[in-house]
Design a binder for this molecule. Structure first.
Ligand SMILES: Cc1ncc(COP(=O)(O)O)c(C=O)c1O
Length: 433
């Protein structure tokens, strides 16, 4: 059909309706999963793996719901309150109280359609135009940062981010660390935001780093938002020992997606009651209510401790093993004389690769790999917000065009075959210099 209408778009329309890195990524991922093609090595998206022991629990819960007419009616036939199911919110609060001793009730919990939606609300509510100049911007203390945040502003320029320290470890590893000297909480800074575990790098901020960020947030009296999509208490894809933290200075998000339920689009925001009420208001305006299914599947498993058991016995060990397997493949496939490095893998589903002085940009490497049937995510999408308002300096940091994100959630054969092709394309690219 001819693309005949060319109606002008508002600022909102221009910001959200004209494509994005995350849009391309989800499109690649959705089509690859729908086709299920053997010819495509899908190492791109944040799709969780299908774990038989975990899938079985979801199936059993769905069967229980279907067998009980009143449960099924409640799940598919009812609008729930905009904040989510009261019983589910109570169960989340109870779990966090009993595990971490946090002083929480259901008044501290709001449900949203995934963590992605939660951040859309939070970023737009706390940043942008406050009627004074300059507008406020979210501070990301450490880039590269989750690609899904990059286009979430409805007003435009909303983020500022800070280059990290790069610690080189041995010949082929490295780690980003927050550069506290470079973090200045200017009056234009609104919330501070960090994921724990970080997507794309698999970095886990230490307790000390979180404490220092908390101190900065307290001094400036801005929220410290911690995105726990891969974090504690579920799915807890965090390999080092850490101590999760919450108090009223903080806003946490948890999600059911990386447990293996991304299709239910369910997340929980943990914050002080005023923020929770604001989230409920935004839910009702944007979508009336949330989807009930994920909450119904998971609620009894929160109370029984089954979610924590699945996480401890299956989910975390599975991804830790996959990470080790992917790293072994990487070091096996890459010529050790090449200047490749991998970020220390401390959690999430990805290896983050850095090819120092690569003669081609990561976008070109992505295109070449795609032509050979390997889908990854080029690194430059994860470097946003660098530079002062209005001038994005990410293109001036060569490092941003030298990185790739590679998922290790897929079957071993896919990882192995994909890594071989990545190694051969990188070798070719260095050779052509
Ligand atoms: C760091 C991070 N935050 C948030 C999300 C959003 O996840 P969801 O909306 O499925 O909860 C993702 C998804 O990959 C993520 O990696």
């Amino acid at each position: 059909m001819a693309n005949s209408k060319n109606w002008p778009l508002s600022t909102f329309g221009r910001q959200l309706a004209q494509g994005s890195g995350i849009g391309d990524l989800m499109d690649d991922l959705g089509h690859a999963l729908a086709q299920g093609g053997d010819n495509l090595l899908m190492l791109g998206g944040g799709q969780p793996a299908y774990l038989p022991e975990v899938d079985l629990v979801w199936r059993q819960r769905c069967e229980q719901i279907v067998r009980q007419a009143s449960d099924l009616r409640a799940v598919v036939g009812n609008y729930e309150p905009p904040l989510g199911s009261t019983v589910f919110r109570e169960s989340i609060a109870r779990l966090l109280r009993s595990r971490y001793g946090w002083d929480l009730t259901l008044e501290n919990v709001a449900i949203t359609a995934g963590g992605q939606t939660a951040f859309f609300y939070l970023f737009n509510a706390f940043n942008g135009d406050f009627g004074v100049q300059p507008s406020k911007r979210v501070l990301f203390p450490l880039v590269p940062e989750y690609i899904g945040y990059a286009n979430q502003s409805v007003t435009g320029d909303m983020f500022c981010s800070v280059r990290p320290h790069l610690d080189l470890i041995g010949d082929h590893e490295f780690k980003y660390r927050v550069d506290f000297d470079a973090l200045s909480l200017a009056s234009t800074a609104a919330p501070i935001c960090v994921p724990r575990t970080t997507n794309p790098t698999g970095n886990v901020l230490t307790d000390e780093e979180i404490d220092r960020l908390h101190e900065l947030a307290t001094q400036a009296d801005v929220p410290l938002m911690v995105d726990q999509a891969y974090g504690a208490p579920f799915p807890d894809v965090i390999f080092p020992e850490i101590k999760p933290r919450w108090d009223e200075q903080m806003i946490l998000t948890l999600s059911l997606s990386k447990l293996g339920l991304p299709g239910t689009r369910t997340a929980a925001v943990i914050a002080c009651p005023k923020i929770i009420q604001a989230i409920g208001s935004m839910n009702s305006i944007v979508g009336l209510a949330n989807s009930n299914l994920g909450q119904a599947i998971v609620q009894p498993l929160l109370d029984s401790g089954e979610i924590c058991r699945l996480t401890r016995d299956h989910i975390r060990p599975f991804y830790q093993k996959k990470s080790q397997f992917a790293q072994a493949c990487l070091h096996h496939c890459f010529d050790s004389s090449l200047p490749y490095r991998v970020h220390v893998s401390e959690g999430a589903f990805f290896l983050w690769l850095w090819f120092k002085d690569l003669p081609i940009h990561s976008q070109e490497l992505y295109e070449r790999l795609k032509r050979r049937g390997v889908l990854v995510v080029p690194g430059h999408h994860f470097f946003f917000g660098l530079g002062s308002a209005g001038e994005d300096q990410s293109s001036q940091w060569q490092h941003a065009g030298e990185c790739l994100r590679v998922s290790f959630a897929m079957p071993d054969e896919t990882i192995q075959a994909g890594m071989e092709i990545i190694a051969s394309e990188v070798k070719k690219a260095y050779a052509q210099a």
